[in-house]
Design a protein around this ligand. Structure first.
Ligand code: UD1
Length: 421
């Protein structure tokens, strides 16, 4: 098992560049299946979720060559449309492969995907969206067989603006003759990024980033070179790392326009946040002030993927703050771990009430999911003494060597390998 050991109490300062976005890179990797030509992806984050997605592509017969942060994907040799069971269970984004495989082969077999344990995370919206495009879905013993022989363009009404379902339907519809419309589509910026990539490959997607997306089917897609957008959640986490230590940080390559909800909360807590086109400078007071309420919502609301980090900030802020998690039903497992460090958090259902304390104390805590794990590292940065965050590999799913990034800003953090447990 790998753990992070954090020596708290250092004020973080400096400049750091934001990596490419996980939530853009993953669906874009899946979308590569839509073309038989080579695709060159630049500035890809070196995180384990991306590696697993690459493993899936390779198992399906694709060739993927990585050189630093660049990746060349060639799907010409792809000869399978059954998703590998074991790998699919390790990563929820494996479900993104369904749409592109159907688009290319008109059939696909997938198993129920895995991922972070932050709620039930069903895939009913993905399947009902595909059914609206004429896909016949048969579920048998945890395996989902999709027959796309009768696929056609259509009108898809999502009951909820699911990010993954929106992306899956967009990809499935790319080559269907006629125009597909997705109503109540998710509006996350990574969806607009996926559409921009698909359009670089010759697709005709319009309206991505709004609640109505139109996909005009084209005969086939061609290769392209593309750089996924920078990661707004990594950027937000780095801002929070500076904020919780009373520090000062400058982010370059930041997706500034997509961070308004997070930056507004940081300002409410007393931070100075200055923005240019692609840079953010944050200066934090010695002690933050609690905001009164934060509610997670689909974009452009406050992102659920930043909830845990904001909860960490509240633990030592002046006053009491309330956090309501509206997107996932089980996303407060980090709160109990923070309480082991002396935080005062009360959780009931989807609500957490945090009474700020002047000081946290280092403890041995366990990451239960990706963002919750990152939030425990943040709490450790502020705590007196040493904090050990176990299950570090969960954090590696979405952060490229977080210990190096934080060390570059002056944090005292190292990775240790402990005996198997
Ligand atoms: C994506 C992001 C994830 C983020 C989430 C919400 C990627 C790779 N991951 O996940 O980081 O936290 O958006 O912003 O982009 N739901 C259903 N049925 C479905 C699909 C979803 O009930 O078929 C529910 C989920 O259980 C959840 C909510 O809808 O409660 C939001 O899920 P969704 O928007 O689909 O998130 P993901 O695409 O899984």
């Amino acid at each position: 098992m790998e753990s992070f050991v954090v020596e708290g109490g250092r004020r973080l300062t400096g400049t750091i560049r934001v990596d490419g976005a996980k939530n853009a890179a993953l669906p874009i990797l899946a979308a590569c299946v839509l073309t038989e030509d080579d695709v060159l992806l630049r500035d890809m984050p070196q995180i384990t979720d991306v590696s697993r997605m690459v493993d899936i592509l390779r198992m399906l017969g694709c060739r993927v060559e990585a050189s630093g942060h660049d990746m060349t994907i060639s799907t010409r040799g792809m000869n399978r449309c059954e998703m590998p069971d074991g790998l699919s269970k390790q990563i929820r984004s494996s479900i993104f492969m369904l749409g592109p495989i159907l688009s290319r082969f008109r059939r696909a077999t997938v198993t129920y995907p895995g991922g972070c344990e932050i709620g039930m995370r069903p895939i009913d919206l993905h399947l009902s969206g595909l059914r609206a495009l004429g896909v016949q879905v048969r579920e048998e013993g945890g395996v989902i067989h999709c027959d796309g022989g009768g696929m056609h363009a259509g009108e898809v009404h999502l009951d909820y603006p699911s990010v993954g379902a929106t992306e899956n339907v967009m990809m499935a519809a790319a080559t269907l003759p006629g125009t597909t419309i997705i109503h109540n589509a998710a509006r996350e910026p990574e969806i607009a990024d996926l559409a921009a990539f698909m359009n670089c490959c010759g697709a005709r997607v319009s309206g991505a980033g709004s609640a109505a997306i139109a996909i005009e089917g084209v005969g086939c897609l061609h290769g392209a070179e593309y750089t996924p957008m920078p990661d707004r959640i990594v950027a937000g986490t780095l801002l929070c790392a500076a904020a919780i230590t009373g520090g000062e940080v400058r982010l370059s390559n930041a997706p500034v326009a997509d961070m308004t909800a997070v930056n507004a909360k940081l300002r409410e807590m007393g931070c100075r946040v200055a923005e240019t086109a692609d840079e953010i400078r944050l200066t934090a007071p010695e002690r933050l002030t609690a905001f009164s309420v934060l509610q997670t919502q689909p974009h452009p609301g406050f992102p659920t993927d930043m909830q845990a980090q904001m909860l960490a900030l509240l633990t030592t802020a002046r006053g009491t703050g309330v956090v309501v998690e509206n997107v996932f039903e089980n996303r407060f497992t980090h709160a109990g771990e923070m309480n082991r460090m002396g935080a005062r958090i009360l959780c009931s259902g989807r609500t957490a009430v945090v009474h700020g304390v002047p000081q946290l104390n280092g403890a041995q805590v366990t990451a239960r999911d990706l963002r919750g794990g990152a939030a425990l590292v943040l709490a450790g940065l502020r705590a007196a003494g040493e904090t050990q965050v176990d299950n570090a590999t969960l954090i590696d799913r979405g952060y490229e060597r977080i210990e190096r990034q934080l060390s570059a800003l002056g944090a005292q953090i190292r990775r240790i390998h402990t005996g198997d447990m």
